[in-house]
Design a protein around this ligand. Structure first.
Ligand SMILES: [Fe+2]
Length: 422
């Protein structure tokens, strides 16, 4: 049966099924595959000339390779289509700065994916709606441009979750989507109000009802949100959904075993008992990763994959030395932009000798990159101890950051195996 027929049957049968079922039924095993990506931060080429203002602004940011946004996102779209998964999930911060033109241009690319038979589901992030800094960039200046409202988002992205949702929330852009007859996606929008990472009492009530309904009907649930439900690092607690909402507890209560999120721009996996959460690194941050997941008979296997920009550039005939060796370019750019800020407190530290400054700077540059890309498995923590590395002489945040990375050395955050259905 083709997907449109499946969708039609689901839309006819499901409401009857929902109405008639009031008994809890056991979860059923299921099989399908999907790609998940986050924080595309797409900017329309019509909004930037990659000029002086834009480039300098990005050099003060977190390492997103915004100048190469167009080839990165186009390469991603090509790779998704070539992989032919059943679904693509995008967990927010679809746009660079909420500009309407960026959203519209991105939906054209997402339509290409749907035309290839791949269902796309999106949720907004904290940069996507009513964003006050939506701007275009030219030369050494910028101009504010139109952002978009919650209603416009639901309309523009209607084909990517909202039109076919079996339930939508009134207060936010949260929705429930029947993925297969046995599995639902519950997409939880925590950026609809003034407090980002939170939700209204009405949205929370809708969320609880949605999980309760899924459990009663024996449905497996995949949860999506922009900010994560779990605290992935004690150093970045404010980047998760407001802990007072106790969303991770709610997921566990309703036996929703897996959640996908982004927002921190790092690659990470988290497991606590039967619950797991995957953070997908921003697509624009080196090494430009996305997740490929397969659910087979109720078991999920996830692996992060790196975009192959060099092959894309060769295929498209793009004459750009950075694109042709994008892995090297990306590593250098990340070191220069993201890690550079961490090193300032070392260079000015009078307690450190010059050899110590050199060794510690090299170590932080490497450890920070590996942390972002989820590559802690390649770290040998013992190599960063001893008199060459007096971490305790650094500011508390930085020494805590290094310590948290070293204490997780050996962990592979680019892979996950998780049982969804017991
Ligand atoms: Fe982001």
């Amino acid at each position: 049966m083709n997907k449109s027929k499946q969708k039609y049957l689901v839309s006819i049968v499901l409401p009857i099924f929902l109405l008639s079922s009031c008994q809890e039924s056991p979860k059923q095993k299921d099989s399908f595959d999907f790609i998940v990506s986050s924080d595309l931060h797409y900017i329309s080429p019509s909004l930037t000339d990659n000029g002086e203002y834009f480039v300098n602004m990005m050099k003060k940011a977190d390492g997103k390779m915004e100048e190469y946004c167009e080839p990165i996102v186009n390469c991603f779209v090509d790779e998704v289509i070539a992989s032919k998964p059943d679904y693509l999930f995008l967990t927010g911060d679809l746009s660079f700065n909420g500009a309407k033109a960026s959203h519209i241009d991105l939906t054209k690319k997402l339509s290409r994916i749907e035309e290839a038979g791949i269902e796309v589901l999106v949720i907004p992030g904290n940069h996507d709606i009513d964003y006050p800094y939506a701007a275009s960039y030219s030369g050494n200046s910028y101009s504010l441009v139109e952002s978009l409202s919650k209603e416009e988002f639901a309309s523009i992205y209607g084909d990517f979750g909202y039109k076919q949702a079996i339930s939508t929330d009134v207060d936010s852009l949260s929705y429930v989507y029947q993925l297969t007859p046995k599995t639902r996606v519950i997409a939880f929008d925590v950026n609809a109000g003034n407090r980002k990472g939170s939700a209204s009492a009405s949205t929370l009530s809708w969320l609880r009802k949605s999980y309760s309904d899924a459990k009663r009907n024996g449905q497996n649930v995949i949860s999506l949100s922009h900010q994560p439900a779990a605290i992935h690092s004690p150093l970045f607690t404010s980047s998760s959904i407001d802990p007072s909402l106790r969303i991770e507890k709610l997921y566990k209560e309703f036996e929703a075993p897996i959640s996908f999120a982004g927002h921190l721009h790092i690659q990470d996996t988290y497991e606590d008992g039967d619950f797991a959460e995957v953070l997908t690194e921003s697509l624009l941050v080196h090494p430009c990763q996305y997740g490929m997941a397969e659910v087979k008979e109720g078991e999920l296997t996830y692996i992060a994959k790196r975009l192959d920009l060099a092959s894309y550039a060769a295929k498209e005939g793009l004459d750009d030395a950075s694109l042709s060796d994008f892995a090297s370019y990306g590593e250098s750019y990340f070191a220069e932009v993201n890690s550079r800020k961490l090193l300032e407190s070392i260079e000015s530290n009078a307690e450190l000798s010059e050899p110590q400054k050199k060794k510690m700077s090299e170590a932080i540059t490497k450890l920070n990159r590996l942390y972002f890309e989820g590559g802690l498995s390649s770290i040998d923590a013992s190599a960063y101890q001893g008199e060459d590395y007096p971490w305790g002489k650094l500011p508390l945040f930085l020494s805590s950051y290094v310590s948290s990375i070293l204490s997780n050395a050996g962990a592979n955050k680019t892979r996950l195996f998780h049982v969804l259905t017991k």
